[in-house]
Design a protein around this ligand. Structure first.
Ligand code: SF4
Length: 378
């Protein structure tokens, strides 16, 4: 069965830059939001000349909930000109506490949004401040309750662990308090210090240190167990859901299926071409004024790239990948080398094979990045 494409829409505006964040987002440029929405509409026009059936939509950022109710209304209106809403199986918008109001939630709900993703990151206010977040825990609780009261039934909460100053006890407290609120999905990512961030500068100046590896492993193991005991099954390295609440949009990415990417710095994957838009707002808007797609980079994904993507993305899922569907991209020699490595990891218990599916074992998940790098072909 041919699956409909998905849509990712990037909203690159934030109230404040979090210290760990390397996403494309601007602070203090809210006056550009209306013209940005004009550009988004032009961009969608260039790709979609009529209404299409779409599998899922994910509006991410940035902080989409920074838009006013009127701006959200406008954004949803633009989408509705291009998408048959009844074809959607999931419609997600990202949000941050401190920017969510009842009016905005009502607007989202009115336009068919059926999944709200909320950035919390930690429950201790001192840690939220350390990360440069704009909100405290009380604001998160209030926003979460508003969302439930306004009928958002599928809510994800994003958390971060393994950052300087966080103890295992702190992390346990974060999970405990979040689970008590009963969200439908929890994402728990360990902190990565990315170049260009405030944390990166602090790291280079010696004001931030590498996180202790043993504590990280203890935190990760605790997460898997605690969430399992609380009714959330792990379906990907960093994602946990109640039955039936797995993020369909993310699964589509991990399965390397097609999606449009609209907005500043957004990436899309159509046919066998992957493209990334410019991250320069002026160029983005000018290109669209000139009816030109604002693409900065595009490449045809060759066989070996498809293999590598399937390894990096597919193996993230707990169900793993069908071996046949990846080895078809390899030459005989590459396949032999790959299978030797796989057997080696199986012997160590880091990879498992059953019914022709290759997947990470629990200990393999803890060192997944090094396994991915080793299995990829040049
Ligand atoms: S709110 Fe999200 S996108 Fe904005 S700066 Fe913080 S982490 Fe980055």
């Amino acid at each position: 069965m041919k699956m409909n494409k998905a849509i990712y829409i990037h909203i690159p505006f934030c109230a404040k830059k979090c210290y760990y964040c390397d996403f494309t987002s601007y602070v203090g440029r809210d006056e550009e939001i209306n013209s940005y929405l004009d550009s988004l509409e032009k961009e969608m026009d260039l790709y979609m000349d009529k209404k299409e059936d779409i599998y899922s939509i994910f509006i991410g950022g940035g902080t989409p909930s920074l838009l006013s109710p009127d701006q959200l209304d406008r954004l949803f209106g633009i989408i509705e000109k291009k998408v048959n809403l009844e074809s959607l199986c999931e419609y997600t918008i990202e949000s941050n506490p401190g920017t969510l109001t009842r009016d905005k939630l009502r607007t989202m709900k009115k336009h068919g949004v059926n999944r709200l993703s909320m950035g919390l990151q930690a429950v201790q206010d001192k840690h939220l401040k350390f990360m440069g977040r704009i909100h405290d825990m009380d604001q998160f609780v209030e926003s979460f309750e508003f969302a439930r009261q306004e009928g958002l039934e599928n809510i994800n909460v994003d958390l971060i662990f393994a950052f300087e100053g966080q103890t295992l006890e702190d992390w346990k407290e974060s999970l405990e308090k979040v689970v008590a609120m009963n969200p439908d999905h929890i994402s728990a990512y360990s902190l990565i210090i990315e170049e260009g961030t405030t944390f990166y500068r602090m790291y280079q100046d010696g004001r931030l240190n590498d996180f202790d590896e043993d504590t990280y492993i203890s935190m990760y193991r605790y997460t898997v167990e605690k969430l399992k005991d609380s009714g959330y099954h792990q379906y990907e390295i960093s994602n946990y859901a109640k039955e039936g609440c797995e993020c369909k949009h993310n699964i589509l990415y991990w399965d390397c299926l097609n999606y449009y990417g609209f907005g500043l710095g957004a990436s899309g994957f159509i046919g066998d071409v992957r493209y990334t838009n410019t991250k320069n707002m002026k160029d983005y808007m000018e290109d669209l004024d000139n009816k030109k797609k604002p693409i900065e980079f595009k490449e045809v994904i060759a066989s070996k790239d498809r293999f590598n993507e399937k390894i990096i993305l597919g193996l993230r899922k707990n169900e793993g990948i069908l071996l046949d569907t990846v080895t078809k991209y390899l030459t005989d020699k590459e396949e032999n080398d790959f299978m030797v490595k796989v057997k080696n990891y199986i012997d160590k218990g880091l990879l498992l094979v059953d019914n022709g599916r290759l997947r990470l074992g629990q200990e393999g998940r803890e060192v997944s990045n090094s396994i991915f790098v080793d299995l990829m072909v040049d």
